[in-house]
Design a binder for this molecule. Structure first.
Ligand code: SF4
Ligand code: SF4
Length: 283
């Protein structure tokens, strides 16, 4: 089963939920936790361990000046502004290239070939006997987050139980993370901003056709608006984590509430049971 933990905005506690759920599950079975928040991966902070890095590359064009006639076809084709045909040469801006391969196809002289370019890495570690952590890390200034997410997910392929921690928001990286998931857990807070972003995230999950449920984090007990929205959209509430100094203190020191506070491992086990119900898959 593949579970995506997502949120419409940052700072809702999405990674906290993912880390606690992974820790709880790893007490009784093999789990792979994939950090797909490749611009700011942070799950390694919960699970410090030495990691093996695998570089992530993407193909970008290289021009053979001996063959190029400066006809301009590649520049006209590239919608990303990654190629500019000047009077005496073709300029390439590799960081703008989306690796579509189109310039190779349209060049009438066969003057374009693809060469690999490193855009990030995937770090693999084994912080617990039954937990594998795979973290995608996008190099600074790069735009190809989906490429790194795809590489991280590919390394986790074939494992029976995988958790994907998506990046916040509803952009391409989240869609890439959701791809192939059986179920989506939306983490939110009961604030007007939280509800606004939950609406957007729920719509994305619905459009991608993945069943979803909601975890309300830092609840102050005034959850009526969120509960009303979830009722209206048929989104089950999977778990509510109250706002408490005790929980905040554990989280602020990078701890796990399921390990450090009594009763929370059972509650995260219960969360998993609820997730299995809405996913409708057998393990
Ligand atoms: S399409 Fe080929 S020949 Fe034409 S400018 Fe581009 S690289 Fe040169
Ligand atoms: S591979 Fe696609 S995006 Fe990259 S330079 Fe060529 S046409 Fe542009």
């Amino acid at each position: 089963m593949k579970i995506t933990i997502a949120s419409g905005k940052g700072g809702t506690g999405k990674s906290t939920v993912a880390a606690n759920l992974a820790y709880t599950l790893a007490r009784s079975c093999e789990v792979v936790l994939v950090d797909c928040d490749v611009e700011e991966p942070d799950l390694h902070l919960f699970f410090p361990a030495s990691a093996v890095d695998v570089p992530v590359t993407t193909p970008v064009p290289e021009i053979d000046p001996a063959r190029c006639t400066l006809c301009g076809e590649c520049g006209k084709f590239c919608h990303f502004g990654a190629l500019s045909v000047l009077k005496d040469r073709v300029l390439i801006f590799p960081e703008l290239c989306h690796s579509c391969g189109g310039c190779v196809l349209v060049c009438p002289q066969g003057a374009v070939r693809e060469v690999p370019r490193t855009v990030g890495r995937v770090a693999c570690s084994r912080p617990l006997p039954a937990l594998t952590l795979i973290s995608g890390v996008l190099n600074e200034g790069e735009v190809q987050a989906p490429t790194v997410i795809k590489a991280a997910k590919m390394l986790a392929e074939g494992h029976p139980l995988t958790l994907y921690d998506a990046s916040p928001g509803i952009a391409c990286p989240v869609i890439e993370t959701l791809e192939g998931s059986d179920v989506c857990v939306l983490v939110t807070e009961s604030t007007p901003f939280g509800l606004h972003d939950l609406r957007l995230a729920a719509e994305v999950a619905e459009r991608v056709g993945i069943p979803a449920g909601v975890v309300i984090n830092r609840s102050d007990g005034q959850d009526e608006a969120t509960l009303g929205f979830c009722r209206e959209r048929g989104l089950p509430i999977l778990m509510t984590i109250p706002f408490s100094r005790e929980i905040a203190a554990v989280q602020n020191r990078g701890g796990l509430i399921c390990r450090d506070l009594p009763g929370w491992e059972e509650r995260f086990t219960g969360l998993f049971s609820e997730i299995v119900k809405i996913a409708g898959v057998s393990l």
